[in-house]
Ligand binder design. Structure first.
Ligand SMILES: [Zn+2]
Length: 332
């Protein structure tokens, strides 16, 4: 119940965070508006994309590589100019377009979130190497679930790549990819729980895989076309996230009671993931100009794949031993 409550609150917090149309005190202030108007007029070409010659020389190589336009540069410089003015007047840090101001590092827009996303990717890649070594795809013929876990690891690594790109440079496309791939990971975890629950019922498993896959493809297509809004998308994340967590708790609780000691890892993973998500409930100005609640959430989830895939490996070893037992029984 607590998890559901946290999730529902998160919908509103996340929606507010990712709603670029929303205005905030910072971008409504006359200091910001005047600064931005003057900056664009003095430095940018008419379309706002390119710099007039002298202004272009001020931009560093990282910002050029990450394609910061003249408009973007003006917004960034004026954002910090406004923050300084607010602080001098004894007021708190203002938000801009629904977001806190972040210090740019090597052209990265949200460096702490990007860094934490890389850590999450690294943890997934490190554990995937272990799966590849202990359960290569060749074993999928005898145990199809091996192929599923290979696919699942790739879905997760892909999601963290796009999360890194989005936090490095936010534009409508990278934002869409971050949303779509985050949903693929959440739905993947839900499907994994059902696949494990229905282990050995191959036809049912294929059906379980195809229905969410078809739904995901349709949903993402509509999301791309703008038919579905991000609010609805977030609700879908919460639904699959909570449903997947509940099934995993049920599966692993049963395993634990049957004497499978390794089940505690998945139980811990599910509870810690829920606890980490609650960080999103906090909304405070970024510490050191970079660490806001979202960045800390990404940071706190980065060690969790170590726990998750250790469970997957132990469970695969258990299923393999069962298969071998059956094989030996047939021979005798
Ligand atoms: Zn993120």
């Amino acid at each position: 119940m607590k998890l559901v409550f946290i999730s529902v609150i998160s919908v509103f917090v996340l929606w507010e965070r990712f709603n670029p149309a929303s205005c905030s005190i910072g971008d409504r202030s006359s200091i910001y508006l005047n600064c931005n108007h003057r900056c664009v007029k003095e430095n940018c070409t008419n379309d706002g994309e390119k710099f007039r010659t002298k202004a272009a020389q001020k931009q560093d190589i990282w910002c050029k590589l990450l394609r910061w336009s003249c408009d973007d540069e003006c917004r960034y410089q004026c954002m910090w100019f406004t923050v300084q003015n607010f602080k001098r007047a004894g007021e708190g840090t203002p938000k801009f377009h629904g977001r806190w101001p972040f210090i740019r590092v090597m052209g990265m827009q949200e460096p702490a979130s990007a860094f934490s996303s890389i850590l999450n990717f690294a943890a997934n890649a490190y554990m995937y190497k272990k799966i590849q070594r202990q359960f290569p795809l060749s074993k999928a013929r005898a145990m199809p679930i091996v192929a599923f876990w290979h696919g699942f690891a790739m879905v997760c690594m892909n999601a963290w790549v796009w999360s890194t790109i989005f936090h490095m440079r936010d534009n409508p496309f990278t934002e869409f990819m971050d949303y779509a791939c985050a949903l693929s990971m959440v739905m993947g975890l839900f499907v994994a729980a059902v696949v494990r629950l229905c282990y050995k019922r191959t036809k049912l498993t294929i059906f379980i895989l195809l229905v969410p896959l078809f739904y995901f493809v349709t949903h993402v297509r509509y999301l791309y076309e703008g038919v579905i809004n991000y609010d609805y998308n977030m609700s879908l994340n919460i639904f699959f996230g909570v449903a997947g967590s509940l099934i995993w708790v049920g599966v692993t609780w049963r395993q634990w009671r049957l004497g499978h000691g390794y089940a505690w890892r998945m139980l811990c993973f599910t509870l810690l993931s829920g606890a980490a998500l609650s960080l999103e409930l906090f909304d405070f100005p970024p510490r050191l100009g970079a660490w806001d609640a979202h960045a800390l959430w990404h940071l706190s989830t980065s060690p969790l794949p170590l726990l998750f895939y250790r469970y997957v490996l132990d469970d695969l070893h258990y299923l393999q031993s069962k298969e071998l037992e059956k094989f030996a029984f047939k021979l005798t």
